[in-house]
Design a protein around this ligand. Structure first.
Ligand SMILES: [Ca+2]
Ligand SMILES: [Ca+2]
Ligand SMILES: [Ca+2]
Ligand SMILES: [Ca+2]
Length: 607
């Protein structure tokens, strides 16, 4: 349900049908607000009981409870053996993608899955018994239904990561799944089903590069989403040595799986969307001509897109294992240059390379600039790269209070304002790669808790991991993590994919009275998902900035809608969107505590 007034669309959560003419508010302010009141009164989503509703009995600011069993999301993750990881492909685990594949206004959940190693027993299994990635439809009432088979998403190979983007601008979000083996592109056919089109679209890859993180992004601003794919190693099971076989296969004196050191590098891939060629969308591999391939000698995982130098052109940040991180600066001419070292985002403050796993970007300190956070290996800190606002970053990990929990090996990470106080907090999934750490007592545990670093609003974070609910404290070997407002009620939930274990759906049941604003952006000249759009909200006291992005975290893809915690603020003075096309538009101040749809071309053009 929507009401429109001079470029401002009020979105009724969970319903995209146009409002009947008698409800349409055309021009005048009083009618507009009456309309809003009617919407509030009539809105069954907002008036109905929230699933897993918050309660004042829980401690604030967060009390995370895992609702996955009640929600019906119980499928186990498979990545080779659950207990004996002989090859590194068994240890890195799987991402999560959040998308509203059926456009019913509620975000659905895609859990990437791996495979068993091919043994005589598993080869004898019927194909339909093999593990597959799973799509869960959001039933709006706190439950989900596994629609994998109905949606045609079986046979997702040994999946690694996933990203979401409407690459053909038909109004239905499509899904790319990276793999050990050929990558998959699932075209959303608009009827609840997908068709695998990677080979015909030219994005399947060679099958030898082990694909990890990915992101849809329109790097040349032609209105079509291109595709960035990070690669980990050039992996061949047959030529990979067994645990203990050589130096790269030992850790703290114990024989462990080999890699990534000692395994051959695999270059990253950039695919340019060429539009319709011969009746279907075709992508061209531009890894060489774009300069992406020049960054050799990295073991890359997650991709996070952001315009770090604020020139209106999207850049790409890639966390890489055991090697420096990459920051591909967009040169506006179809080429990129890795400027991570010069920008201060490649190493930690000691100039040391780290084992980058996941990454996330946000304006966590209301400076108006996007900073970066990266997870790393155990016996190391994560890294907070604070944006200096001039295209460079300063490592603020220690100053921000994040040089803690050194036993943990971090993976999925997202900035998310879990209590809507206006400052994005950090959620981190952890888990070791070596099951041997338990039996050989190597100073860590294979299963680890999740962390909540609560943003105090002064540039520092407070570790609330042990006092913010059982959803965080239960040890599991976490990997992918994605964030979404699953029931359009302003509460951000987290979905975590755990290695060789069951997933988590973490809901914050602590009560707060803070305000929030959700924004779904629709591009018209720009790509339809508006991926790359930058939004600035202002009130009399401060500003909020964020960008629409596809991939992030660890090989995962979160709710494409932007979410802003507003704290006590109820009166925004302006809402500004810089669309991926470069056009800037102002929208009238939007009322808080709901999700609005903003469509490109309906705001007031800013010269
Ligand atoms: Ca949906
Ligand atoms: Ca599409
Ligand atoms: Ca493009
Ligand atoms: Ca840029």
């Amino acid at each position: 349900m929507t009401s429109q007034r001079s470029g401002c669309t009020i979105h009724r959560a969970g319903c995209d049908r146009p409002l009947s003419p008698s409800f349409r508010c055309a021009a005048k302010e009083p009618a507009f607000y009456l309309c809003l009141l009617l919407l509030l009164f009539l809105d069954p989503v907002l008036t109905a009981q929230q699933p897993y509703s918050p309660s004042a009995t829980h401690p604030t600011p967060a009390w995370f409870v895992d609702v996955a069993p009640q929600a019906g999301i119980t499928v186990r993750n498979v990545n080779g053996s659950a207990t004996n990881k002989r090859y590194i492909v068994e240890a890195t685990g799987s991402g999560v993608a959040i998308l509203d594949y059926d456009n019913d206004g509620f975000e659905d959940i895609f859990l990437v899955n791996g495979r068993e190693l091919e043994t005589r027993e598993s080869a004898a299994n019927h194909p339909e018994e093999k593990p597959t990635s799973h799509l869960f439809h959001n039933n709006h009432d706190g439950t989900f239904t596994d629609v994998t088979r109905k949606a045609g998403l079986e046979g997702t190979a040994w999946g690694q990561g996933a990203c979401v983007g409407d690459y053909d601008n038909d109004g239905f979000d499509d899904l790319y799944v990276t793999a050990y083996g050929h990558n998959r592109l699932f075209h959303n056919q608009g009827d609840g089903t997908f068709r695998e089109v990677a080979a015909e679209a030219g994005v399947a890859g060679s099958g030898q590069e082990w694909g990890t993180g990915c992101a849809f992004v329109d790097y040349d601003r032609d209105g079509r989403l291109d595709l960035m794919v990070a690669n980990y190693v050039h992996f061949d099971l047959k030529s990979t040595p067994l645990p203990g076989a050589e130096a790269g296969c030992m850790w703290k004196g114990a024989p462990v799986m080999c890699g990534p050191r000692g395994l051959p590098y695999a270059p990253n891939i950039l695919f340019h969307n060429e539009g319709q060629v011969g009746g279907h969308t075709h992508f061209k591999d531009v890894s060489r001509s774009s300069g992406i391939e020049k960054s050799a000698g990295h073991y890359c995982f997650s991709v996070t897109t952001l315009d770090f130098n604020e020139d209106g052109w999207p850049d790409l940040y890639i966390a890489c294992d055991s090697t420096p991180a990459i920051l591909y600066r967009n040169n506006h001419d179809g080429t990129f240059t890795d400027v991570a070292a010069d920008a201060g985002a490649a190493f930690n403050e000691d100039g040391r390379e780290q084992a980058g796993m996941g990454s996330t970007a946000a304006d966590y300190d209301a400076s108006g600039h996007l900073s970066l956070f990266k997870t790393n290996f155990s016996d190391d800190t994560p890294t907070l790269y604070h944006s200096n606002g001039d295209g460079t970053f300063t490592d603020e990990t220690f100053a921000a209070g994040l040089a803690i929990n050194l036993d943990a090996l971090g993976w999925g990470c997202m900035f998310a304002d879990v209590d809507n106080d206006g400052f994005p907090d950090l959620l981190v999934a952890n888990g070791h790669v070596y099951p041997e750490v338990d039996s050989a007592k190597l100073g860590a545990t294979f299963k680890e808790p999740r962390f909540l670093y609560w943003n105090q609003g002064n540039g520092k974070f407070k570790d609330l991991s042990r006092s913010a609910g059982p959803g965080l404290t239960e040890p599991l070997s976490g990997r992918g993590l994605a964030i979404a407002d699953l029931w359009n009620d302003g509460r951000l939930s987290a979905v975590v994919n755990n290695l060789s274990d069951r997933p988590l759906v973490l809901v914050n049941q602590a009560l707060n009275h803070n305000h929030w604003l959700g924004l779904k952006l629709v591009g018209t000249t720009s790509n339809r998902d508006a991926i790359g759009a930058r939004v600035t909200l202002r009130s009399a006291r401060r500003q909020w900035v964020d960008e629409v992005r596809s991939g992030s975290s660890y090989n995962s893809s979160s709710d494409l809608r932007l979410h802003f915690g507003l704290g006590a603020e109820t009166a925004l003075t302006s809402v500004e969107v810089r669309w991926p096309s470069g056009a800037r538009e102002a929208f009238p101040p939007l009322p808080p505590d709901r999700i609005h749809t903003l469509t490109e071309g309906t705001g007031h053009r800013i010269p």
